[in-house]
Design a protein. Structure first.
Length: 258
């Protein structure tokens, strides 16, 4: 995935420890996929493999792919019996087609969404399905705004630092159809998400996901920006000792025609 290394320095250990809620929320996406014994599944944007192993435990023959080498290294250490590859979601091609493509919290890292959709279409067998969840229109809008305002307040132009792509349902459904997929189900829903680690929760989230906003900044400036983000968001996203992220998600099921 393009932005997983461009401007985002992925800390796989931090991701596993402080951001484990990402995989926990992905379990309901597994239920939508409903893999059956022996199905081949491509886990696109697999991160450190926490959902890949659950797919395998459900009987799927899994291949996990992520652009981040540190994520793939961590996945291989955690689950040496599974197959993991470093690959770019825009251009990844396999020597074999898959019964299903599964993706959780990954597609919003690829602004070149048409290219990712073609990768999915190429990966699927006729009759195969895509099941995915990712950030939709309005996802972390308050955090985005606070980051841009905090950077501007520190004399830094925020233009070009946002790494995310958050489409509407209509936009993404049309994109999948252009790639030759038949959209069977699409839903957008708000899911305010509590962040672990209490007072440090937002800082951990920013460390994990907003690295491109901090690229090239010295430590003192980074701290000033983070403190400004916290100050702006505290009235909206902090309550009873816990930070929340203003998540809005898209969940989609699409099929490649036979």
């Amino acid at each position: 995935m393009l932005k997983r290394t461009e401007g985002v320095d992925w800390d796989a250990g931090h991701y596993d420890k402080q951001m484990d809620f990402v995989a926990k929320h992905g379990r309901s996406v597994l239920e939508l996929l409903g893999p059956v014994q022996g199905e081949s599944v491509l886990d696109l944007g697999c991160g450190t493999g926490s959902l890949s192993v659950e797919l395998a435990e459900l009987g799927a023959d899994v291949t996990g792919v992520d652009l981040s080498e540190t994520m793939i290294e961590q996945a291989r250490l955690k689950y040496p019996g599974l197959r993991f590859e470093v690959g770019d979601m825009r251009s990844y091609r396999s020597h074999r087609p898959f019964d299903a493509v599964f993706s959780n919290a990954a597609l919003h890292w690829v602004p070149q969404a048409d290219e990712a959709a073609r990768t999915v279409a190429e990966a699927l067998k006729p009759g195969g399905r895509l099941v995915a969840e990712f950030g939709g229109f309005g996802n972390v809008a308050r955090i985005e705004r606070a980051l841009a305002e905090a950077l501007a307040g520190a004399g830094i132009d925020p233009a070009g630092r946002n790494p995310w792509y958050f489409p509407t349902i209509g936009e993404y459904s049309a994109l999948l159809e252009r790639a030759g997929l038949d959209v069977r189900y699409a839903e957008r829903f708000d899911r305010p998400t509590p962040l672990p680690e209490g007072e440090l929760g937002l800082r951990h989230w920013l460390h994990a996901f907003a690295g491109s906003y901090y690229a090239g900044l010295g430590g003192e400036v980074q701290e000033r920006v983070t403190a400004a983000v916290e100050e702006r968001l505290r009235p909206e996203l902090y309550a009873d000792g816990t930070w929340s992220a203003d998540y809005s998600r898209i969940r989609v099921l699409a099929v490649k025609p036979r």
